[in-house]
Design a protein around this ligand. Sequence first.
Ligand SMILES: O=P(O)(O)OC[C@H]1O[C@H](O)[C@H](O)[C@@H](O)[C@@H]1O
Length: 549
Amino acid sequence: MSDCTQFPAWKELRDHKRDMAKIQMRFLFAEDPKRFKRFSMDAVGILLDYSKNRITNTTMRLLTQIALDAELPNAIEAMFGGEKINRTEGRAVLHTALRNQSGNPVLVDGEDVMPLVRGVLARMRAFTDAVRSGEWLGHTGKRITDIVNIGIGGSDLGPVMVTQALTYYAQAGLKAHFVSNVDPSQMMETLAVVNPETTLFIVASKTFSTPETLLNAQAARRWLVKQLGTEKAVAKHFVAVSTNTKKVQAFGIDTANMFEFWDWVGGRYSIWSAVGLPVALMIGMDNFEELQAGGYAMDEHFRSAPLEKNMPVIMALLGIWHNDFWNADSHAVFPYDQYLGRFPAYLQQLDMESNGKSVTFDGKQVHCQTGPIIWGEPGCNGQHAFFQLVHQGTRLVPADFLVAVESHHPVEHQHEVLLSNCFAQTKALMRGKTRDEARVELIRAGMTGDSLEALLPHKVFPGNRPSSTLLYRKLTPRTLGSLIALYEHKVFVQGVIWNINSFDQWGVELGKQLAGAIESGLLSDERVTEHDSSTNGLMNACKRMRASS
Ligand SMILES: O=P(O)(O)OC[C@H]1O[C@H](O)[C@H](O)[C@@H](O)[C@@H]1O
């Protein structure tokens, strides 16, 4: 594998960027009536309009050449084929096997994993049907009304995001709660609103060794046993989702109540596995399989479409264009879809934990910027908060806008207002408002002379700010599955080009290691002296404040 900055096309792109810096997008639109047609595409029911980016045919040709130079097609097949592409952990990367509907085997170390995958899906169906129909009863014989998912990171964000996104499909009378933070407030506030007789706890942890999750699970278990008066109650109120059978048993959950997944599923790619159990409980297994079908449809597109007509590839290349050639530090995601409220947070883990790396596969420092800072909030809310910076600030913020053509809740013309705002924002970002246009507006508003000249600079919008729009008919389980897989593959493609391992996360370890030593220091009565003065100072201040309260 090689350094992408040494590819001839990379060097050509640097020169090309200098030419593009002189061009306003509004002129590109004016001179080419077919620009939308040229730079938009459909796949699996999703339309991607990427015409409002600072690109020409040359840009896309050179970017595609980079993907070819990085041998992307081989890398795609290596991933789907079960090669151990997560080299620092010696693991295959096969979240795609979890949603594989081809009937073809998927081999890891010569073994077909599909029977295992299908086996767990069948168990999930039996269990979710039993809970939803009222056949599965709590220890005192009552129906389950509330589920509490206890997990963090990939064992939380996927279930939270998807459950919220598909609320419309949740009709079994169940209520979902999510506890992730070790801050006990979250668990205590949750326990305050649920009934122990009718609550099912799902302890989700790939490793089953994450302290936050285990502490919360122990707290929930203590509470349940105290409320129902017997350890026996645990069997009907606790299930586990994990790759680690031994640790699940050690915690005291019967393996009959454990839903397994495997080390070739990364935590942030695990929503397709049994980690999706809370989703399946809420929307039913048929709908969960629709979500998977949407992911599979995107997989098929990704594997078979030529690079220049390949949606995840195009989005990845645009990201590289902005990140590496225009020095955009961040990438915003604005869902004009309230159901997708947690989608940006979900993508933060997916993208930043995958591509927040600074050494290449061969252990050398990268020579380019890698993963951007991902952020965002639903529109229109963002418009009334931070869009000022996106329109007139000094930073370049490339953005994805996501919007459904139809609402699940047609109320008067409210959905058209939402759509109009979405399209208006991307138009405004692209066109901006020139000094002359602003002057005409001010004159029309009756302004003249010095007051007009003083206000004028504030009324100018530079425009030329890039955005892409993803348009889909309705936010169904299938569409959501395709959207998630789209971003997964986008992140993968960027990792291949940057030559980094998108599937490990060593960077989260150091803080975890240090937390242990700090915790013991906080628990002792001794004055702390062994850390740096800031850490000592903070710890000793805690002790002082605690003593004086
Ligand atoms: O599912 P678990 O093993 O409990 O891990 C939960 C999370 O913990 C870690 O901090 C990792 O960085 C995440 O990738 C993971 O999703």
